[in-house]
Design a protein around this ligand. Structure first.
Ligand SMILES: Nc1ncnc2c1ncn2[C@@H]1O[C@H](COP(=O)(O)OP(=O)(O)O)[C@@H](O)[C@H]1O
Ligand SMILES: [Mg+2]
Length: 103
């Protein structure tokens, strides 16, 4: 892996997206190829999973299923977006990653 993987973590409203955008701008100005992504989501499949996860319609979802859907979204994101970007030397900045699930 030639690239660099940076994840931004914190509670809702703590400023993740704000800091992420500042970081992306600074890295881009320095000439890095920057790929931004988020969790859950980041891919077409992941965004569909995100809708299921965030929908109040699914409030009966068990904790185990919720955790597996986060993991499924992450697996698609790693294989489709993150790993290929890191392989070509890009900096990947992800709005939440596995630390959010662990927390
Ligand atoms: N350093 C900061 N000082 C004051 N307000 C901030 C700061 N960073 C972000 N905010 C504000 O806090 C709110 C939440 O920020 P946001 O980046 O969307 O958080 P998150 O992505 O973690 O939910 C926004 O209204 C944003 O403008
Ligand atoms: Mg945000």
């Amino acid at each position: 892996m030639k690239g660099m993987f940076i994840t931004v973590e914190g509670p809702d409203g703590s400023g993740k997206t704000t800091q992420l955008q500042l970081l992306v701008r600074a890295l881009t100005e320095k000439g890095y190829e920057v790929v931004t992504t988020r969790e859950p989501g980041g891919t077409k499949v992941g965004n569909s999973i995100r809708e299921v996860l965030l929908s109040p319609e699914h409030d009966e979802m068990t904790a185990r299923v919720e955790m597996m859907l986060y993991a499924a979204s992450r697996a698609q994101n790693v294989e489709q977006i993150i790993r290929p970007a890191l392989s070509r030397g890009a900096v990947v900045v992800c709005d939440r990653f596995v630390d959010a699930s662990i927390a």
